[in-house]
Design a binder for this molecule. Structure first.
Ligand SMILES: Nc1ncnc2c1ncn2[C@@H]1O[C@H](COP(=O)(O)OP(=O)(O)O)[C@@H](O)[C@H]1O
Ligand SMILES: [Mg+2]
Length: 252
C-alpha cells in the first residue's frame, strides 16, 4: 500500500523505571484496516494502545498518527487525541450523566459543537449501537454490555479517524459479549480503522485483516488472521493459542 498509514510506529520502546515493557515495536495500520492484538497478560498490549493515544509518553522511537509525529514538541496532543477514539475494558462512563449527555459532553467542550448538533450526532451513534431508546437513562440502569455500547457511541460521536479497543468485552458477563462484538463487527464492515486488543479469537479470526501476537514487549508474529490463529509458526504463539482456545483452560 502506498497510501500513508493512519498509524506508523517505529522502534517504539517504553519503560516504567527500570522495567522495559515495549522493546522495539514496528507497526503500520492503514485506513480501513482492522488489526487485532493478542497475547498473554502483561505482554504490553495496553501500553501499546495507550502510547498510540498519547496516554503514555514513549521512551524512544516514534509514533506517527494521521501524519503527525506525536513525539514532536509542538504537536497538539489534545487535537490529535480527538481523532483517536478509545474504548476501555471498564467503560468509564460518567455515572452522574444520562446516556445522551455522556455522548454530547466532549462534542460540546472539545469540538465546540452546538447542543443541537451534538445531540443529533449522539442520537445517530446511539441508534447505530441499538440504544437510541435509552438516551435518557443513567449508566447504572443499563447492563454492562449496554454501557459498553454507549462508550462506543460516545467515542464515535467525536468522528475519530481510528478506534482503539482495549479488551472491550473482558469485563462483561458472557451473554453480553455478543452484542458488543456485533457492534464492533458492523463498525469494521463500515470501514472504520481499528486496533483491537482482544481475547475473542473467533472475532479476531473473522473480523481482523491482520493479527499481531505480542509477548514480553515484542511482536512475535503477525499476519493474516487465518494464518496467525489457525497456523501459527512461532512456538510462543502456538503455546498461547493452545491455552486460550482450550476450553478447559480458564486463565488469560
Ligand atoms: N503505569 C505502570 N507502571 C509500571 N508498570 C506498568 C504500568 N503499566 C503497565 N505496567 C507493566 O507493564 C507491563 C505490560 O502491561 P500492559 O501493557 O498492561 O500489558 P497487557 O495489556 O498486555 O496485559 C506489565 O508488566 C505491567 O505490570
Ligand atoms: Mg491490557
Amino acid at each position: 500500500m502506498t497510501e500513508q498509514p493512519i498509524v506508523a510506529i517505529r522502534g517504539l520502546h517504553k519503560s516504567y523505571g527500570e522495567r522495559e515493557v515495549l522493546k522495539g515495536i514496528d507497526l503500520d495500520v492503514h485506513a480501513g484496516e482492522v488489526v487485532c492484538i493478542i497475547g498473554p497478560s502483561g505482554s504490553g498490549k495496553s501500553t501499546l494502545l495507550r502510547c498510540v493515544n498519547q496516554l503514555e509518553t514513549t521512551t524512544s522511537g516514534s509514533i506517527n498518527v494521521l501524519g503527525e509525529e506525536t513525539t514532536d514538541d509542538d504537536v497538539d496532543i489534545d487535537a490529535l487525541r480527538t481523532r483517536v477514539g478509545m474504548v476501555f475494558q471498564q467503560f468509564n462512563l460518567f455515572s452522574n450523566m444520562t446516556v445522551l449527555k455522556n455522548c454530547t459532553v466532549a462534542q460540546r467542550k472539545v469540538l465546540g459543537r452546538s447542543e443541537a448538533e451534538a445531540k443529533e450526532v449522539a442520537l445517530k451513534n446511539l441508534e447505530h449501537v441499538g440504544l437510541a431508546d435509552r438516551a435518557n437513562a443513567h449508566p447504572n440502569q443499563l447492563s454492562g454490555g449496554q454501557q459498553q455500547r454507549v462508550a462506543i457511541a460516545r467515542a464515535l460521536s467525536m468522528n475519530p479517524d481510528i478506534m482503539l479497543f482495549d479488551e472491550p468485552t473482558s469485563a462483561l458477563d458472557p451473554e453480553l459479549v455478543g452484542d458488543v462484538l456485533k457492534v464492533m463487527r458492523e463498525l469494521a464492515e463500515d470501514g472504520m480503522t481499528m486496533m483491537v486488543v482482544t481475547h475473542e479469537m473467533a472475532f479476531a479470526r473473522d473480523v481482523a485483516d491482520r493479527v499481531i501476537f505480542m509477548d514480553d514487549g515484542v511482536i512475535v508474529e503477525e499476519g493474516p488472521a487465518a494464518e496467525v490463529i489457525n497456523a501459527p509458526t512461532q512456538e510462543r504463539t502456538q503455546q498461547f493459542l493452545k491455552r486460550v482456545l482450550d476450553p478447559t483452560h480458564t486463565g488469560e
